[in-house]
Every structure is written in C-alpha cells, then in structure tokens.
Design a protein around this ligand. Structure first.
Ligand code: NAD
Length: 419
C-alpha cells in the first residue's frame, strides 16, 4: 500500500489541510507537513518455537523533527502498514506541539498479531525489530514508547537491545519502561488520566461537574480505557458500559470498575465475565450517555454510524477513532468532541517527563508527575477552547490550528535547508 492510500492517512491529511486553510497557513509550510521526513521499512525475521523462520514487516516513520527528537509509540497489530504508521506519526507531530513539548512526531510498528506469539517469540521479534531500526532511533533522535499490542516489557527488551548494541545502558532510548529500569511513576495510567482530566475541563467550561448522574460508555478497556474508567468511577460517575475486542458489558446502574479491572488484568475477556449483561461494540457506541470514550482503535465512528452516536461529549481516547466526516456530523448536531491530540496527550506528556527524568537521573514523586500533567493539559485545553472561539471552529479544528501555529512559527524560524 502506498503512503497515501490508507483511509487513516487520508483522514489525517484532510484534517491538516482543512485546519491549515482555516488559519491561512503559509502554503509552503503546509506543503512540507504533508510528507513524513523519513520512513524506514524493515524485515524482522525470527525463529518460531516450532523451529521454522517467519519474517514480519516493520516500520518506523519520523514525520517532523522541527521541535525536537521524534516521539511516538510502537504498535504490534495485524493492520500495521506504512501508510497507517505515517498517519500516526503525523498525529504525533501535532500532539507534541499542542502540548508544547520539545519533541517531533514519529511512530513505528510491526505487522503482527502479538497474541499469536509466545513470550520467547515476542522477545525475539522485539530485539530484531529494535536492531533493525537502531540506527534510526536514540535519546537525541527518536524515542519510541508503547502503543497497541506493546507494553513496558516490550520497552524493556527494546532498551536492553539498544544498550547491548551501544555497549552501555541507555534508558533514554524509549519511554514507558517499567519503574525498576528508569520508568516514570504515573506513566502507565497517564493517557487515561489525561482523558479524565480533559473531560473534567470540558465539564468546567459547561459549568457542570462529574457526579452520580454522569453516565459514561468506554469502547476499549486497555491501557487507555482502564485508567480513564478508574478515575471517572472514583469521581462518582456511572460507567454503564465497557468493551474489549470480544464485546461489551452493560449495567445501567453502573459497572463495578475495580472488579472489571481485576478480571481483565487476570487475562480474561469481557465476553466471559460472569453475571454481566452483554451488548455488542456497535451498540455501546450508540448508547444514550453523557460521555463516550472511544479508546480502542481508529475509525470506529464513520459517516455510516455517526448519526446514531447519541453521547453529548465524545472524548477521543484512541488515535483517530472518529473520521473527519463523523466529526462534522456530530459537531453539526451540537455534540462536543474532545480531540485525540489533546485528549490522549497524557501519555506523551508523561513520556516526556520520563525522558527528562532519565536524562537528569533524578526521579519525581507521583504527585509531582500528576500535577505537572494536569497543568500542561489544562493550558492546552484552554488554548484550544480559546481558538475554537476565535476561529469559530469545533474543538478538533481548534486543536489542529493551535498546534499548527506553533509548528509554523518554529519551521519559519529554522528555515529550510539548504534554502
Ligand atoms: P491496548 O491494546 O492496551 O487496548 C486496546 C483495547 O481495545 C483492548 O481492550 C482491546 O481488546 C480493544 N480492542 C482492540 N481492537 C478492538 C476492536 N476492533 N473493537 C473493539 N475493541 C477493540 O491499547 P491502548 O494502549 O489502550 O491504545 C488504545 C488506543 O489509544 C490506540 O488508538 C492508541 O494508539 C491510543 N493511544 C494509546 C496511548 C497509550 O499510552 N497507551 C497513548 C495515546 C493514544
């Protein structure tokens, strides 16, 4: 598939163009932002447990490095492609700039279903992939992190492989590491916590507060969905539905979230949870709730089902869960969409904290991490809210405008090499 073919890339591209035109962006800057700076495709051969050799496709894309080293996750999923990785890298450029981080946008991935591999096979895959992209990444160049299908253990193997190749320990090459080897307190929950913060900021703007009458549905109960559910549940909100790839569970009186978290953390699927009422993932998206958090994968709300989505606020926990057309349909009927590059930026913000702590070899307490996360997100949210008013656009476009404005300023100051 060519770079521009995937619907996800097309979608990221059209969001960029539409925000760029709205803010009268310099067309020369816009032209440069349409293309990733660099992309690498690698073959990742591993020996499977049965002795045979299998080759997987891997990618790392650096979209724009004007503001600093690349930053972005590594995804292990059967749908990974160069085009999808490039779109995700582009979103990372905008996400980092929106949060005011000194980082550019990057993303990587391997086309694999990690659930098909044993632990030993996954380790081999990660070590070979890390080796193949080792010349491309580094604490001053490009710093990967976990994404769908990868976790702290993946980052530990990645960091160890990179360190073996260089001959000394280099914790700053990845973030999202376990605490014992240089991870940051609060990183694991940071994306979901950020989603919960953003929902609270939106409620404050509407002069409302989260409480027992607030109903929430969450699509995807993983590294993003789980902590978001946990925080909102702790605030007293009723989480009426959650889902994973196997389906959704529903209780109109509110689910017992700590129990659901234990169930999933013990390796179980929600479909098999005893005593729960079951609905489909599609039905969850259409529930009449105050807040819907799509926190699984991209493209789950499109022009085909957007008119059925009834939630008042949609907080994009995942990257690109709503297509460009879906955003327009829902915004036109008065729904509020907290855009992905703002709503799920908690992860990259605390990743940045982890990188900074690693470089300083000085680690912060959890309270400091969460306070700094809150303050950065609040600043970003307020700026996006202000620009939505100035430019008379929805929050999604306002987030792109805020971010593009910062990137444009930096790109103009740095100029173009060789001129
Ligand atoms: P994860 O693998 O931990 O969890 C994904 C969840 O979605 C799981 O419950 C899984 O069962 C479910 N799921 C997967 N495919 C599905 C499908 N087709 N239909 C319904 N449910 C499905 O992944 P994650 O880290 O929570 O990431 C979720 C999304 O958030 C992705 O879009 C990712 O790019 C984005 N994101 C993650 C982070 C982070 O820090 N982990 C940061 C920013 C953005």
């Amino acid at each position: 598939m060519s770079l521009f073919e995937s619907p996800f890339f097309q979608d990221a591209f059209s969001q960029l163009e539409s925000a760029g035109h709205r803010m009268n962006m310099d067309p020369n800057v816009l032209e440069r932002l349409k293309y990733p700076k660099r992309a690498i495709q690698v073959s990742v051969p591993i020996r499977l447990d049965d002795g045979t050799v299998k080759v997987f496709e891997g990618y790392r894309v650096q979209h724009n490095l004007t503001l600093g080293p690349g930053k972005g996750g590594i995804r292990y999923h059967p749908h990974v492609s160069l085009s999808e990785t490039a779109a995700l890298a582009m979103l990372m450029t905008f996400k980092c700039a929106l949060a005011g981080l000194p980082l550019g946008g990057a993303k990587g991935g391997v086309k694999v279903d990690p659930t098909d591999l044993s632990r030993a096979e996954l380790q081999a895959l990660t070590r070979r992939y890390a080796t193949e992209i080792s010349m491309f990444v580094g604490p001053e160049k490009d710093i990967p992190a976990p994404d769908i299908g990868t976790d702290g253990q993946t980052m530990a193997w990645f960091m160890d492989t990179y360190s073996q190749l260089k001959g000394y320990t280099i914790p700053g090459v990845v973030t999202g590491k376990p605490i014992a080897i240089g991870g940051s307190l609060g990183r694991a929950e940071s994306t979901g916590k950020g989603v919960a913060f953003c929902i609270n900021f939106a409620y404050e703007k509407l002069n409302k507060s989260i409480g027992a009458s607030t109903t929430v549905a969450i699509h995807g109960f993983g590294k993003v969905g789980m902590p978001a559910a946990n925080d909102l549940h702790a605030q007293g909100a009723k989480i009426v539905a959650i889902s994973d790839v196997s389906g959704a569970i529903y209780n109109q009186e509110g689910l017992n979230i700590p129990q659901c978290i234990d169930w999933v953390r013990n390796g179980n699927l929600l479909r098999e949870m005893p005593g729960a009422d079951h609905i489909t993932n599609e039905e969850l998206l259409e529930l009449d709730v105050d807040i819907l958090i799509p926190a699984a994968i991209d493209g789950v709300v499109t022009k085909d089902n957007a008119h059925k989505v009834r939630a008042k606020i949609i907080a994009e926990g995942a990257n690109g869960p709503l297509t460009h057309e879906a955003v327009d349909i829902i915004s036109d009927r008065g729904g509020m969409i907290i855009p992905d590059i703002l709503c799920n930026a908690g992860g990259v913000i605390v990743s940045y904290f982890e990188w900074v702590q690693g470089l300083q070899m000085f680690f912060w307490d959890l309270e400091t991490v969460n306070k700094k996360l809150h303050d950065i997100l609040k600043l970003s949210f307020d700026q996006v809210w202000k620009n939505a008013d100035i430019y008379k656009v929805n929050l999604k476009q306002a987030a792109f405008i805020t971010s593009l404005d910062r990137i444009q300023t930096a790109m103009r100051l740095r100029g173009m090499f060789p001129g």
